[in-house]
Ligand binder design. Structure first.
Ligand code: DQA
Length: 148
């Protein structure tokens, strides 16, 4: 049966396309979501996609939607580096998590080098621009299929 994947985008990712394009590229979030939906179709997966600039809304969404989904693909953006609340909510779901970033955060400021999510994630994909999401989705679906 097709896997149900919850895709979460954190703060400021709604600005993609106009936000620091030299770092994040020119693709808008709507275009990334469209690409992901196309990829999901190929993989036979079903996506629920949510973006918020508010930590509490992301936590609420993980609490409500985590359990009814099979896995979570998340770019928590700046919350990656600050949010124990997002981490705790992800742990609560008990579902496999794949962390993605457009940029290679290890090449950037030191405050981006720490993630509160990486050690509870199945894996992390970063630095490939929008393709990080596609690769992350593939990796998550493959992980879930291996579990069958
Ligand atoms: C990001 C990297 C974060 O450090 C930053 O705060 C973001 C985007 C990325 O996708 O490269 O907002 O998660």
């Amino acid at each position: 049966m097709g896997k149900k994947i919850l895709v979460l985008h954190g703060p400021n990712l709604n600005l993609l396309g106009e936000r620091e394009p030299e770092i994040y590229g020119k693709m808008t979030l709507a275009q990334i979501d469209e690409m992901l939906r196309g990829e999901a179709k190929k993989l036979g997966a079903e996506l629920t996609i949510f973006q918020s600039n508010h930590e509490g809304e992301i936590v609420d969404q993980i609490q409500k939607q985590g359990k009814p989904h099979d896995g979570i693909l998340i770019n928590a953006a700046s919350l990656t580096h600050t949010s124990i609340a997002v981490r705790d909510a992800l742990v609560f779901t008990g579902k496999p998590v794949v962390e993605v970033h457009l940029s290679n955060v290890m090449k950037r400021e030191e405050f981006r080098h720490h993630s509160f999510l990486s050690d509870i994630a199945v894996g992390v994909i970063m630095g490939f621009g929008p393709a990080s999401y596609r690769l992350g989705l593939e990796a998550l679906v493959e992980t879930l299929s291996a579990k069958r």
